[in-house]
Write a protein that binds this ligand. Structure first.
Ligand code: NAD
Length: 509
């Protein structure tokens, strides 16, 4: 407890935190509504935070609009230098921020620290990118003409994030959006607002040390803010990370005003375990994928599709591995599995188990709530044999429930793997080259992420991250995901002394 108090102090978390910050200036505490944040680790209230009013929102947007005029004309490598300093500030705060992530969200300390490392990594990536925002040149069909394309910033990027990656998702978006010349307005999950306050303090210091205007990176708290952002024409791009249900609302509202979205929604990820798999490796990949972050990753492993010849053997090994799992306080590094985010998530877990049983699921590792923990948020990771077609198997339950499905041929396994509405992450465990290549081919996995001999969870920032179908189609992070944060402009320059029209069209006056 002493350690947590110190961490909160280091990160500038107060008893009652302000509703918004426009860069380095925080709102004053007045009589706004308050949201309290409780730790799922021990059930204690950590601190409160005020929620923004519509007038607060207007203030934030006004500052962001002004700041964009300045920020867009700063050379991209200079913007990269600010992101470099941000990365350094994260390095200094890694231990504290990682601990707060673990305490407020409930993931293990190792995963909390890993999340901050991901923030540092994306900053490094973005710094390099700030000198590589390349456009193409093309050959014009007209003589003495030059054609090329360039990439310009879009304006205000609205970032709406989920509770389960309370800091990394913001940084993925912010680091890229900033080097691309955009300004950011962040609405974090109301389940993890203090992680957001801590992040804002870290970036605020950097902005202030560089004498930058208010409005480049703003934070604004409160559920009502989401809808204001969806419907606000001043925000050309909303990057939304969260459930498919809310993503659908965001997507249609933003499309209705011809805004753009990057949608990072739910997953229903499977690993195919071939009879040619390295079974020991597969067990580790499957168990970590299913129980890591207590099954609350978008890339968590929810289904194992196992070849019938090794099914019983693999099941036995899996049940044994589940028997060794230690469930408990995520800050205690001996534990493998921490709590769910809140008791509402525990209710969803219980409902999913009941629904599974009513549809015919046969549990080989029983679930249940752990009753002697004060927060009421700890549950047992469980495993059930199911049919892929069960309604509950087709849904994403954000909890450590793992489904086992049997297959005969690889074609059948791929059909099962693709046979869900979501399309985020997928994997095959096999040492057979033909199987691996088929899985990665156009006739293979339909997901945004497809791995061989690695589980479904734990992506690196270097690749573009995101998924297909009901996962929303967005891409963030590495590769050329930066293009999603910029507008493309095609330029044609005529340096001849005539005006030839394209396609040879004649027009004489
Ligand atoms: P959620 O959909 O409940 O909430 C996400 C965010 O949306 C929160 O900030 C919430 O306050 C906000 N919100 C709620 N109503 C809104 C509205 N009408 N308009 C705009 N914003 C609104 O999701 P969650 O429970 O926080 O997170 C879990 C979900 O997120 C899972 O489905 C998970 O798979 C998904 N997720 C996906 C990715 C990915 O990259 N694909 C990453 C992390 C989480």
């Amino acid at each position: 407890e002493q350690n947590i108090t110190k961490v909160l102090k280091n990160l500038n978390i107060l008893d009652l935190n302000p509703a918004y910050c426009t860069g380095s200036q925080w709102a004053s505490i007045t009589d706004r509504k308050t949201l309290d944040s409780y730790s799922p680790a021990d059930g204690n209230k950590i601190a409160g935070i005020q929620t923004a009013t519509e007038a607060d929102y207007e203030e934030v947007l006004k500052k962001a609009e002004q700041a964009f005029l300045y920020w867009r004309s700063l050379p991209a490598p200079k913007r990269g230098e600010i992101v470099r300093q941000f990365g350094d500030a994260l390095r200094e705060n890694k231990e504290d921020l990682g601990t707060l992530v673990s305490y407020e969200m409930g993931k293990s300390l190792q995963e909390g620290l890993g999340e901050v490392q991901e923030m540092i990594d994306i900053c490094d990536f973005a710094v390099g990118l700030s000198r590589q925002l390349y456009g193409l040149t093309m050959h014009s069909e007209r003589p003495n003409h030059r054609m090329y394309e360039q990439w310009h910033p879009m304006g205000i990027v609205g970032i709406i994030s989920a509770f389960n990656f309370p800091v990394a998702v913001w940084s993925w978006n912010t680091a890229l959006a900033l080097v691309c010349g955009n300004v950011c307005v962040w609405k974090p999950s109301s389940k993890t607002p203090l992680c957001a306050v801590a992040c804002q303090h870290i970036i605020a210091k950097v902005l202030q040390a560089n004498d930058l205007p208010e409005g480049i990176c703003s934070l604004i708290i409160g559920n009502a803010v989401g809808d204001l952002m969806n419907n606000d024409k001043r925000i050309p791009l909303i990057s939304f990370t969260g459930s498919t249900r809310i993503g659908r609302i965001v997507s249609s509202a933003v499309a209705g005003r011809f805004g753009q979205t990057i949608l990072e929604l739910g997953g229903n990820n499977a690993i195919i375990i071939s009879k040619d798999a390295d079974l020991d490796m597969s067990i580790i990949g499957a168990v970590f994928g299913a129980v890591g972050t207590a099954g609350q990753r978008c890339t968590s492993t929810r289904r194992l599709i196992i070849q019938e010849d090794i099914y019983d053997d693999f099941k036995e090994k899996l049940v044994k591995a589940y028997g060794q799992l230690r469930i408990g306080n995520p800050l205690d590094q001996h534990n493998h599995v921490g709590p769910l985010i809140d008791t509402a998530a525990v209710d969803m877990y219980n409902l999913a188990i009941q629904k599974g049983i009513s549809e015919g699921a046969k549990f080989v590792v029983e679930g249940g709530v752990i009753t002697n923990e004060p927060s009421g948020c700890y549950v047992k990771p469980c495993v059930a044999e199911v049919e892929n077609r069960y309604e509950i198997v087709q849904e994403e339950t954000f909890a450590p429930i793992l489904y086992l499905i049997k297959y005969k041929t690889l074609e059948e396994a791929i059909e099962l793997q693709n046979g869900v509405p979501q399309g985020l992450s997928s994997a095959i465990m096999t040492l057979n080259l033909r199987e691996a290549e088929l899985f990665l081919s156009a006739a293979g996995s339909d997901c945004g992420i497809a791995n061989v001999n690695i589980g479904t969870s734990g992506a690196e920032i270097g690749g573009a991250f995101g998924g297909e179908k009901e996962t929303g189609g967005g891409r963030e992070s590495g590769s050329d995901a930066w293009k999603g944060y910029m507008r493309r402009q095609t330029n044609t320059i005529n340096y001849s002394n005539t005006l030839p029209l394209a396609q040879g069209i004649k027009f004489d006056l």
